[in-house]
Write a protein that binds this ligand. Structure first.
Ligand SMILES: O=C(O)CCC(=O)N[C@@H](CCC(=O)O)C(=O)O
Ligand SMILES: [Zn+2]
Length: 336
């Protein structure tokens, strides 16, 4: 296997490869761009016009998707997968991956769309570097741009695999892309309705890609991901890479669970208290009138929405950060 196929090993060891460009016997080109960053160019005459960015490890402890990217790259480097799409593979936060932690100083997924400019430190610099790598990768006009930013969640989830679809003014979220995700084993999509500082929001709003954060199960250490079943996603990604994706059935989105963003719960101070059990699962329903959280100056978060559910509840975030999202069921007619 080509040495660059071991990007994960190189990244975890903090090593730079001796040779930065390698070719498979079929002519697929692997190019190391920066720590945790590798570009794959199809052999001559094979390029089908798709630019596919796959990222994982934006949170260093979310190992199942990191292992998934590693498997895909090794297959390419062993000449078992013949790419017809251009690929950019990114491991987002190598120092945090080495420590098996979500982040070192700051959550990188709060630093995109220029937010890193208001901050400093290694994670702000990495967010800036990732923006540049993505922007250069998606620089050519007239090509299809797709980005999946792969994650796992801190807690268990009533809907195990779901996507967050970024939002930008004036652009409708695509039924076709939702159907493609459904075919990849994703059971629910949260349609965002406000700007965000995540990586997928940057590539969606800033670079015009179709882009999603995919939540694929519960975060566990390397080698302990047997409960995270990524088979359907892996098959779909292989098909996208090889340019032989089976047709996508848009009518099937009838069975996709769609949610709309209702409100973010922001932790303002150390006095913040979240009134949920520590083991509450993502997508747990909360009845109208439920007192969800309290904070300084007697501020209270009371559920008002019918059919509300909570995702990503986390009272341990830094002050000023999101401590949960309230979502509500949405209609497929929102999709374009
Ligand atoms: O499990 C949790 O509480 C957080 C899981 C996670 O990291 N989610 C992403 C979602 C990104 C998005 O909103 O698109 C994040 O919080 O960065
Ligand atoms: Zn994550």
């Amino acid at each position: 296997m080509l040495a660059l196929g071991k990007l994960l090993e190189l990244t975890l060891a903090g090593h730079e490869p001796a040779s930065k460009i390698q070719l498979t016997p079929e002519g697929t080109r692997l190019r190391w761009l920066a720590e945790g960053a590798l570009e794959v160019t199809p052999a001559g005459g094979r390029d089908n016009g798709m630019d596919l960015l796959l990222s994982a490890g934006i949170h260093g402890n979310e190992t199942a998707p990191i292992e998934l990217l590693d498997r895909l790259l090794r297959r390419i480097a062993r000449n078992e997968l013949q790419p017809h799409a251009r690929l950019l593979l990114l491991f987002g936060n190598p120092p945090a991956m080495r420590r098996g932690e979500r982040f070192i100083e700051q959550d990188i997924n709060r630093l995109f769309s220029g937010r890193h400019e208001l901050s400093s430190g290694a994670e702000a610099m990495r967010a800036c570097e990732l923006e540049h790598l993505a922007a250069s990768f998606f620089a050519d006009a007239g090509r299809t741009r797709l980005h999946y930013d792969l994650h796992t969640a801190i807690r268990a989830s009533r809907i195990e695999q779901f996507a967050l679809y970024p939002w930008v003014e004036g652009r409708r979220q695509s039924r076709h892309e939702c159907a493609r995700l459904q075919a990849a084993g994703i059971d629910a999509v949260l349609l965002q309705s406000q700007p965000s500082t995540t990586f997928s929001a940057y590539t969606y709003a800033g670079l015009g890609a179709e882009a999603f954060t995919l939540e694929l199960g519960k975060a566990r250490p390397f080698g302990h991901n047997e409960l995270v079943n990524l088979d359907r996603l892996e098959l779909r990604l292989q098909a996208l890479i090889e340019g032989c994706e089976p047709p996508v059935d848009e009518a099937a989105t009838e069975h996709l669970q769609l949610f709309a963003f209702a409100r973010e719960v922001i932790k303002h101070s150390d006095a913040f208290t979240l009134h949920l059990p520590a083991d509450v699962e993502n997508f747990t329903e909360l009845a109208p009138g439920y007192l969800l959280a309290e904070d300084l100056a007697s501020s209270r978060w009371v559920v008002e929405e019918q059919g509300a559910r909570i995702i990503f509840p986390n009272p341990k975030v830094h002050n000023g950060q999101r401590a949960g999202i309230l979502i509500v069921p949405a209609e497929a007619s929102l999709l374009g």
